[in-house]
Design a protein around this ligand. Structure first.
Ligand SMILES: Nc1ncnc2c1ncn2[C@@H]1O[C@H](COP(=O)(O)OP(=O)(O)OP(=O)(O)O)[C@@H](O)[C@H]1O
Length: 290
């Protein structure tokens, strides 16, 4: 589904002494099928922005459009329940929301709420647990007997079992070990491609933004600071430093190599082995030319 923000502002606790403007005049368009990373310093408004995507928050000013749904302060959104069926949100630390007696019931909770038939719930539950890389024999266990990483996967499986068209991910790998982080992000990337999803990821990892996203939105103090293709936005050291963000490590490395060997190696998301080859060629080229 296409996602459009038109001059969206959001004020927490408006008209109280605690009023806080978390978003100011934010506009962007995400075409259906995109994988977008939203990055920005702590408090820049990323989570607030995400919560507009399934109508959990309504803009104080402006308008959010998701497919045919419109969310604004002025009008009531038609059929918000069906919007929530289509937009799956993985909140930060989603395992804190597990509560059922069995893993199967937790994964099937969302579809059950949307009146999906029991046979279909069973089918989706089986599919979702496999998708997150857990064995089916965990289905009858209590989610509270599992490890933290397994609980995270169960919570994610619950979102996948809704068969969403839009996947909204708020730092979904926070607190996992590095191999778990990579597995989960690769799984989201597969889901995105195989199910033709529109994915919006909030992350503090510049590496993940570079590796997985095809479009980047950078937030600063509640405003959109920059947006564009990863290889335009994430290579701009000065602009990133202004919002206290670092270049992704691979870009830092290539900048350093350029300083050292006097020749730039353009980054095109080539893998480590290919980069090593290109770097070797630069080093050897340097040697052979004296
Ligand atoms: N319920 C709330 N009431 C008042 N202010 C809030 C509320 N939730 C968030 N804020 C404020 O709104 C601003 C934006 O918060 P938000 O959580 O969207 O930022 P963020 O970029 O997601 O931060 P982080 O990276 O730390 O998760 C912050 O200044 C925050 O303190």
């Amino acid at each position: 589904m296409d996602i459009t923000f038109k001059d969206v502002s959001y004020i927490y606790q408006a008209n109280t002494p605690f009023e806080h403007r978390a978003l100011s005049g934010v506009s962007f368009h995400i075409p259906s099928g995109s994988f977008v990373a939203v990055i920005g310093h702590t408090g820049s408004g990323k989570s607030t922005l995400l919560q507009h995507l399934n109508g959990l928050l309504r803009p104080t000013e402006g308008k959010v459009m998701i497919g045919d749904y419109q969310i604004s302060a002025a009008e009531k959104t038609k059929d918000i329940k069906s919007l929530r069926e289509k937009v799956g949100v993985v909140f930060q630390y989603p395992e804190h929301q597990l509560f059922e007696e069995t893993v199967a019931k937790d994964i099937g909770f969302g579809p059950l709420n949307f009146n999906v038939e029991p046979k279909e719930i069973e089918r989706r539950t089986g599919q979702a647990i496999k998708a997150v890389g857990l064995p089916e024999d965990l289905l009858q266990r209590s989610p509270f007997d599992l490890s933290g990483g397994q609980m995270r996967r169960v919570a994610i499986a619950g979102v996948l079992a809704m068969n969403p068209e839009v996947l909204v991910l708020d730092e979904p790998t926070a607190g996992l070990d590095p191999s778990g982080q990579r597995e989960i992000m690769d799984m989201f990337s597969r889901q995105h491609k195989n199910n033709n999803l529109t994915t919006v990821l909030v992350t503090h990892s510049m590496e993940d933004a570079l590796r997985y996203a095809d479009h980047i939105i950078i937030m600063k103090d509640g405003e959109k600071y920059m947006e564009g293709a990863p290889l335009e936005v994430l290579v701009n050291k000065e602009e990133l430093q202004r919002v206290q963000l670092d270049l992704p490590e691979v870009i830092q490395f290539l900048h350093q190599a350029e300083k050292q060997f006097g020749k730039a190696i353009p980054y095109r998301k080539q893998g480590i082995a290919q980069l090593a080859k290109e770097l070797t060629a630069v080093v050897k080229g340097g040697e052979s030319h004296g």
